[in-house]
Design a protein around this ligand. Sequence first.
Ligand SMILES: [Fe+2]
Length: 187
Amino acid sequence: MATQTYTLAEFIADLTRITSTETSGSAIAQRVAPLLGQLVKHPDAIPPEFRRRPGSGKRGRYMLHRAPDFNVTAVVWGPGDTAGAHNHETWGVIGVIENEIQETRYRVTEGADGGRARVEVAKVFRHGPGAVSLLTPGDEVHAMHNVTDRDTVEIHVYGKDLAGLARKTWEPDGTVKPLVSPKYLNC
Ligand SMILES: [Fe+2]
């Protein structure tokens, strides 16, 4: 008997249930991670139009489900695409559907009076298809880089709507800059 594919609708139903009963961001991320792992095992669970870039060299950013307590988005990184060190101000779970992504995690020690922070690389990962990465309070600063020559397709799930959310980004020298956009930046 063929195994049934875990569908996007089932994943969203599970997220709705988990986020309505669990309040700890870390606990939510821990519970969502294996479910996202199941979802990303089957690329066909995500419609093909959300697994490709829109053309003209742009990154693919697609909202799949937008609820008050969580968002599910698809991200398609082109070859060489990057996002510098940034935080999220919420829990997150990221799963790779196709190809791979390099994720760098940082330890950030804030500078006095909003001055330069100390930004140290904690770990560098290469996540392949089916891999899942958790962002939890206290460990949610990362950078992303598609170091390959092919597109990388991911699903990102966050506990807050990132549109308009006041976040931060750090230069390699520790200079901190506000990261806030009226557009939905789903990474
Ligand atoms: Fe991110």
